[in-house]
Design a protein around this ligand. Structure first.
Ligand SMILES: [Zn+2]
Length: 171
């Protein structure tokens, strides 16, 4: 990882080996079929052939295709978002613990009571999409902003989203 001027990310190659139902030591000792390789790539001064690769992108194999767009936020904080993506996908209950902790602080600061977090979580689990889009909408907006601000404060390294959007296939 490289950056300039405190917060401008210029290069990332971040590898994650997700090993499920094993420790990393037992994986190295005897292998496992339940392993997922992910790598976040971004090179601020190099780009792939015309619109072949999202810039930045995620690999699911050590080399070559396919390269996926990352789950990229509006702030351009791709490194922390990569870790957030891994936790939300592979360790969702841990992610939920973190999300609730961050939100609880914010809810207390804003004087929001009762805390809508458990009801919103249940609404997701029960596929209550109209409630999520309706009465819970303002809380969901506040929650996502609280998580965003928490993550951006935790590791404040950003890419230029507009530059990357123009030179990626995303419209
Ligand atoms: Zn790459």
């Amino acid at each position: 990882m490289r950056w300039v001027e405190e917060t401008k990310l210029t290069y990332v190659s971040a590898q994650a080996i997700i090993v499920r139902n094993k420790t990393l030591n037992s994986y190295y000792a005897s292998g496992s079929n339940e392993v997922q390789y992910l790598r976040l790539d971004y090179h601020g001064a190099r780009i792939g052939p015309m619109f072949k690769e999202h810039w930045p992108h995620i690999h699911v194999y050590e080399d070559g295709e396919p390269r996926f767009p990352c789950d990229q936020s509006s702030s351009g904080n791709i490194v922390i978002d990569f870790f957030d993506f891994i936790y939300r996908n592979y360790y969702h209950s841990k992610w939920l613990d973190w999300a609730e902790l961050v939100w609880d602080d914010q809810a207390a600061n804003l004087g929001i009571s009762p805390n809508p977090f458990p009801a919103i979580q249940q609404a997701f689990d029960a596929h209550q999409i109209p409630s999520l889009l309706g009465k819970y909408r303002p809380y969901i907006e506040l929650m996502k902003r609280a998580w965003r601000e928490n993550n951006d404060a935790l590791l404040p390294l950003f890419i230029d989203n507009e530059k990357c959007r123009l030179l990626s296939y995303t419209v």
